[in-house]
Unconditional design. Sequence first.
Length: 209
Amino acid sequence: MNNIKGALFDLDGVIVDTAKYHYLAWKRLAGELGFEFTEEHNERLKGVSRMRSLEILLEVGGISCTPEEKLAMAEKKNNWYVEYIKKMDESEILKGAREYLLKLKGEGVKIALGSASKNAPMILENLGITNLFDAVIDGNKVSKAKPDPEVFLLGAKELGLKAADCIVYEDAEAGIEAARRAGMGTVGIGSRDILKEADMVVNGLYELL
């Protein structure tokens, strides 16, 4: 931890909690399709791509669709989600996240975002922390989902650093696996039971201050 040159952060569950908005949007879609989508069902969507999330939702509802219908549904869900997150503000940044980013910056550590979300730039803007990131790798820049290491390798490249000099902060198992496959150190944010592969696990970034 003391020798790191680069810090790569997942967005959701690490810096901000947009999971509730994803859930509201998926629940709304399920309601429109005529079935209930519970928080328990929603657990299966963690760290999963949008299209795979939709497939899981349709499995829950026992619904089969054409590829065209799936694309239309995914877009509808995303439009609702964007509607929700447009209203986010600085109050929604997770405890200690801004302070920890500032601490790293003060120590000369380069900071990147490594998120599958295509809406990441807008969320950072709404939280007022865009200026704290030296690079933003989002869903528009990568083609492979975690646990593929692409997002983190690209982050290190944009920071001009070797993978071995970087640490990744993640709240999902797939993200920890992606970081390990990239050859980076890992800090899990959340449950030790789920993130047992991480080098270190904390409840939130506030514990690292």
